[in-house]
Every structure is written in structure tokens, then in C-alpha cells.
Design a protein around this ligand. Structure first.
Ligand SMILES: Nc1ncnc2c1ncn2[C@@H]1O[C@H](COP(=O)(O)OP(=O)(O)OP(=O)(O)O)[C@@H](O)[C@H]1O
Length: 321
């Protein structure tokens, strides 16, 4: 375990200001295949101790981005820093990688694979092997075992040497509910007990939300936005939106009765905790001589919000725009 070492993740600066160290930072990262697909100009940061989810649909560019980070694709432009060091090779060994399609080697069993990679990496240190529930007496080749076991073997390999950061490419794809639950508990354990930084790509918000503190939303090879888990929930919060050319007067009239509101633009406000009262609000404004151009119930489930943002869902007037 790395408690002493990891406590350096949070440092005291100046008069008590606390900043988190950066595990990974990219700027302008680009890798484009000859047909024009790939990733373009990706800038994001993962703080140490964070669980960062790269969310996006098929072909969004998640795998290409992760491959440029772990070094299997050489970026055509941009910079990459690991643990504050631009010298990538020096820090690469502090990252473990679990690919979407598990790596297997010939007829090697799980124990053989671990022995093999231990010799390659020069270490046998795996702190949490027991919680993976891998059967190391299994004689079958890893490639003949279920996908979930193959992925756990790859995770065990990634954990060799007790890395500071684990990157997992779409780790839940192809797993059933029970297997997803087991993987979630392993990853939560890694984060909470071992303080490992996690960067996880995926398409399933429901699963990612069980882990992630921050999201990077990808589509068409671009990073559309970054949101903390709190910001995402806030963006999706149920509310009533009102568009009016007389915004200031509307606020004066509404704020007594509905104090929980936010101004979103020169003619737009949203009011929270009043979802059943749109009729009442409309009447109040109209009777006060306020022109109401539009009034609607807004907000949606985070899954739908993300799908819509990435172009994966139908347009919906009951939205979180
Ligand atoms: N080896 C390759 N050669 C050519 N194009 C590729 C290659 N690998 C990926 N691409 C293209 O790059 C784009 C991004 O692919 P990527 O695999 O990163 O998507 P993804 O977000 O991981 O999606 P998925 O969840 O479906 O794996 C896609 O248009 C894909 O077809």
C-alpha cells in the first residue's frame, strides 16, 4: 500500500490553500488516421486520486486517446505530461493499462501470464490480487476463459508493480450485471484503499457514475466538455424555464415566492423546486403584465443529457439546455 507516498497527493500551499497534483495532462493531443478519423486537439487533466471517466459513444475517439496516452500510438501533435513530467518514458511505468480487448498469450494460464509479465516488468508486487478473486490454479489458457476473467487477468497484470494510475478502456463492455458489480467493487477498492488514480472510458453512464468524480465527454474525436459529477447532476436538475423580454420585472415578481432561481441569459431564467407550479407561475407573470415568450419544464436524466450532447439521442423539448 502507498499511504505515506500518496499523502503527498494533496499539498499545503501558501495560507492553507490545497491543490491536487496532476497525474495526467494533455494539450492539443492529435492522432488522425489517413481517412480523417481519430482524435483532434484534446486538452484535459486528471488529478491524482481522481476517478476520471471518458464518456462517449461508438467511434468517439476514446480508445485512440487512451492509446496515445499509453504510448501505443504516437501523437502527431500536442503534448502529454505524466505526473508533471514531460519526459514520458520516465513516468510510463507508473501507469497500468487494461485494454478493451484483453491481451492473452498463446496457451498461458492466468498464473503463467502473471509470471511472464512479472519477469518482463521485473516485479512480482501485486497488492490486491486477493480481491480480484482470480483462480490461479486454473490450467486453461486465458484466451479460453470468460471475457470477465480475461479482463481481470489483464487488470492483475496492470497492477504489477503497484502503479499510481490505472487506465481502463471500456472495461464493462461485454460483461454481465454480476461481473460489472465485481469489477466496480474492485475499482472502488483500488481507489479508496490503494488511492489509485483511475482513468476509465465507457459508454454506460449508469456504470461510470458509480465511480467517476469527473467526466470528459467525447464525440467525433473531440472532447466536447468536462464536468464534475456535481456539475452534471446540476445541469440535469428538474426546473421550470421561463423566457421573457421583461426579465428584471419578472425576477422581482417571482423571487418572493420562488427564491431558488438562476439567470441563464438576458431573457431566460430557471426556477428550481417548483415543478408542479408552472401554471401558477405563468398566471402570476401574465396577471402582472409580464410577457411570457416561453415557459417549460426542463431537466432530464444524466444518461439522456449525455446521449443528447454526443448526438446519441433524439431531440427533446423537455431538455436540460
Ligand atoms: N486502427 C485504426 N485504423 C483506422 N481508423 C481507426 C483505427 N482505430 C480507430 N479508428 C477510427 O478512429 C475513430 C475513433 O475510434 P475509437 O476506437 O477511438 O472510438 P471509441 O470511442 O473507443 O469507440 P468504441 O467504444 O466503439 O470502441 C473511429 O472513427 C475509428 O473508426
Amino acid at each position: 500500500m502507498k499511504f505515506a507516498h500518496q499523502s503527498a497527493t494533496i499539498r499545503q500551499h501558501g495560507k492553507g490553500m490545497i491543490i491536487l497534483e496532476t497525474a495526467l495532462e494533455t494539450a492539443g493531443l492529435t492522432y488522425v488516421f489517413p481517412d480523417g478519423n481519430g482524435i483532434k486537439n484534446i486538452a484535459f487533466q486528471v488529478k491524482r486520486g481522481e476517478i476520471y471517466a471518458l464518456y462517449g459513444g461508438h467511434h468517439a475517439g476514446k480508445s485512440v486517446l487512451l492509446q496515445t496516452i499509453i504510448g501505443t500510438l504516437r501523437p502527431q501533435a500536442g503534448t502529454l505530461q505524466l505526473f508533471g513530467n514531460i519526459d514520458y518514458q520516465k513516468e510510463r511505468r507508473r501507469i497500468g493499462f487494461v485494454p478493451q480487448k484483453p491481451v492473452t498469450i498463446g496457451s498461458l494460464s492466468p498464473a503463467d501470464m502473471l509470471r511472464y509479465f512479472s519477469s518482463v516488468f521485473g516485479t512480482t508486487e501485486i497488492h490486491i490480487l486477493d480481491i480480484l478473486h482470480l483462480n490461479l490454479k486454473e490450467k486453461k489458457a486465458v484466451r479460453r476463459l470468460p471475457l470477465s476473467t480475461q479482463r481481470l487477468v489483464n487488470l492483475a497484470v496492470a497492477l504489477l508493480g503497484n502503479p499510481d494510475m490505472i487506465i481502463l478502456d471500456d472495461p464493462f463492455s461485454g460483461l454481465d450485471k454480476g461481473e460489472c458489480e465485481h469489477l466496480l467493487s474492485v475499482l472502488n477498492y483500488l481507489h479508496e484503499i490503494n488511492h489509485t488514480t483511475l482513468l476509465i472510458s465507457g459508454q454506460d453512464y449508469t456504470l461510470l457514475s458509480r465511480l467517476a468524480s469527473k467526466y470528459g465527454v467525447m464525440a467525433d474525436g473531440k472532447l466536447l466538455c468536462e464536468l464534475t459529477a456535481g456539475e452534471l447532476k446540476e445541469s440535469c436538475q428538474r426546473c421550470i424555464k421561463i423566457r421573457t423580454p421583461q426579465l428584471e420585472r419578472a425576477i422581482t415578481i417571482l423571487s418572493q415566492q420562488f427564491p431558488d432561481f438562476e439567470v441563464l441569459g438576458h431573457d431566460l431564467i430557471r426556477i428550481f423546486h417548483c415543478n408542479e407550479q408552472s401554471g401558477e407561475i405563468n398566471t402570476l407573470l401574465v396577471h402582472s403584465g409580464i410577457e411570457v415568450s416561453e415557459i417549460w419544464l426542463a431537466g432530464m436524466e444524466p444518461t439522456d443529457y449525455l446521449l443528447k450532447m454526443t448526438g446519441g439521442a433524439k431531440s427533446d423539448s423537455d431538455d436540460a439546455k
